[in-house]
Design a protein around this ligand. Structure first.
Ligand code: ZN
Length: 235
């Protein structure tokens, strides 16, 4: 787990033709902007803007996902998703706003999808304050104020409601429960329950205790269900 991004992420500053492209896009009427504009594969200028965004944030984030904070040292563009904090399909007007952009891993981006993140969902101007967002924001919040990442068990513990919201939105509990259908082998569940028990003992707040207790309950429930299924399969 990397602590490389101690604070918020440095924003991209567009250069040359990219800056002009973004300026032209932003000057368009609201109704003429669509989330699908991002995916126009015939637009070579757009391709360069997107490359510039990726290059910048790979460095600014030190190859670390803005949401799960896992470090993935891969240059290949396909390993990373350019992430619009306020989804581009809902807010195409914020598509190139530097503070609305970051990089995330495929799993976080897939889980977050187009879920709403704004307190005021009908905002027309770009919201620039932490309090405008329901989740802890890569640019306007300090991650560690909202989420505590615990050791090798890769546990994400909420410190605030915004932290809790991000954990849920990006499916960060996948690291505890396992990736596929919460399917856990007996061995896995034992190790993970012990890790969670330790985390519970070391919990730093009531908020954390409740979060861990809920994880334990889900895990034990799932473990019992999986064990029951296995027994049934034997019959
Ligand atoms: Zn991630």
């Amino acid at each position: 787990m990397s602590k490389a991004i101690a604070n918020s992420i440095k924003s991209v500053v567009y250069s040359g033709a990219s800056a002009q492209y973004v300026e032209n896009y932003e000057a368009k009427q609201q109704f003429a902007k669509l989330g699908s504009d991002w995916d126009d594969e015939d637009d070579s200028l757009l391709a360069e803007v997107k490359r510039e965004i990726k290059r910048h944030y790979l460095k600014a984030q030190n190859y670390t996902c803005a949401y799960c904070r896992q470090k993935i040292v891969v240059e290949h563009n396909g390993a990373w998703d350019t992430e619009h904090v306020a989804p581009k399909d809902t807010y195409p007007g914020f598509m190139f706003v530097p503070e609305n952009l970051c990089l995330s891993c495929k799993d976080c981006n897939g889980a977050k999808s187009n879920k709403p993140v704004l307190v005021n969902k009908s905002r027309r101007t770009f919201p620039k304050k932490s309090k405008d967002y329901t989740i802890c924001h890569p640019h306007f919040d300090v991650y560690s104020d909202h989420i505590r990442v615990v050791g090798e068990a890769v546990l994400y513990l909420p410190r605030t409601k915004k932290g809790q919201a991000l954990i849920e939105m990006c499916g960060l509990l996948r690291f505890v429960y396992g990736f596929a259908d919460y399917e856990v082998s007996d061995l896995n569940i034992g190790t993970k329950v012990v890790a969670l028990g330790t985390a519970l003992q070391n919990a730093q707040s009531g908020f954390e205790q409740i979060a861990i207790a809920q994880m334990l309950r889900t895990m034990v429930d799932d473990g019992l269900r999986a064990a029951a299924r296995k027994q049934l399969e034997k019959i």
